[in-house]
Design a protein around this ligand. Sequence first.
Ligand code: AMP
Length: 539
Amino acid sequence: MMDTPLSISSIAEHVRKFHAGREIMSVTVDNPAHRYTWGDCIDRSKQLAKALAGLGLERGDRVATIAWNDYRHLEVYYGVSGGGYVCHTINPRLFPEQLIFIINHADDRWLFVDVMFMPLIEKLAEHIKGVEGIVVMTDEAHMPETALDNVHCYETLVGNETPDYDWPDLDENSAAALCYTSGTTGDPKGVLYSHRSSVLHAFASIAPDALNLSSSDTILPVVPLFHVNAWGIPYSAAMTGAKLVLPGPKMGDGETLYKLLEAEEASLALGVPTVWLALLQYCATAGVTLDKLDRTVIGGAAVPRSMIEEFRDKHDVVVIQGWGMTEMSPLGTANTLKAGLESLSPDEKLDLATKAGRGIYGCELRIVDDEGKELPWDGVAYGALQVRGPWICSDYFKLAGSAGSHTPDGWFDTGDVATIDENGYMAITDRTKDVIKSGGEWISSIELENTAVGHPAVAEAAVIGVAHPKWTERPLLIIVKAEGADISKEEMLEYFDGKVATWWIPNDVAFVDELPHTATGKIKKIELRKQFADYAFPE
Ligand code: AMP
């Protein structure tokens, strides 16, 4: 068979030849409804690739982005990776120290930024001396005033070139993109994706039992382009020729999302649970339903049963839960119904949908005990979840094995604790460091949180282990009440009766106005543990 390289530019050429007229709609700071086509996008990516060479960039150099989801950011994906450089997407919500660390560690030579991030860049500038220039992703009319040197306008840079450009031939194992983990402990760690790994991941994720993508889909990725390449959507959407709707800076807002989903007739939307909470709350308050949306992929954190139920019963939307990590490109599992399970009752189907899903082809899974011995797939035994496959990182960028993240036999240790049932459905019970150890047994904080948010008076819940003189640790439930709702400690605890094992029921409930979140929308347990460091259970 031919050994043609699996490259990002081959995806660009495919979409340009077969789906050139398919639309990409974007909300940008300078235009609330920008429309053009995949053909335009790839032409402009080529113009950008030419311009990058003109800036003096060389093969393998890192070009960073700090930007929301819009068409210019998508062009940077293709122009940078296709041109032979590495597209390093940065999360603007990280702390300044983390941003400085990441930009310097990655040796980013140029930064492509949205206008609104210029004040941030101005503050960082003296600490990121390796950066040679900045491209502001807007037109001349919207260029900001700045005292920084070597600041260019994106539209001018791209507009000065023509699209007659041949993508370079690249080794499929060369680097295409770079993303750093959110770094809840220690410094953020870089994951370098190759052309080959990105293409294989896209192939796998479009399959019917994964995201089930086709040219008929209209996809709205609420997941940011800086969160593990928006779960690979820039590549998988192009591979299939799906229409893209890119929500720009207002993606956390329930009303904006609702209006976009309806107006653009999105068939699929993807995001972390927090954004869907906002959307569902908006729909409930405004008394509206999602009439166009067909399915939603939710991952990045456990998906509460009540959320899946609300999507199904109120909006007729199927939830596909996915699990993965920055280190895994990210997709490892997807939760779709397996043949033979059709006869499950609606309630049993809902229970199944709360699991993270089945491993997709290309991502091997195993769970092991403390001695590294493999555990059975019985849905009960839980252990450290390890993975292996062609889109799983073999090491972190520049760390040369020092992170201790891989086993001697070549599996990546995810840091998650999980069960896997007879049908191959994996369920995350916790992050290894969040597990609550009570009297020698483990309690799943995720299951308690998911149960708590099933109560209509609870908007968001987190459970942490707090030291206990007799049991070592016991669960403390921390909740944010839903707007206008009230619930007492006793009522909350009674709600767990019959839903979880009696000895799992939290010892106490704390009410807070809001929970701390990480830059990717996960509850920041480390911060919560600090906040409740002096907490002691009532006698
Ligand atoms: P990140 O690399 O920021 O995407 O974070 C990856 C981590 O998010 C995983 O290791 C899990 O702990 C968590 N995660 C992702 N998807 C799920 C899911 N469906 N259920 C529970 N946790 C999840």
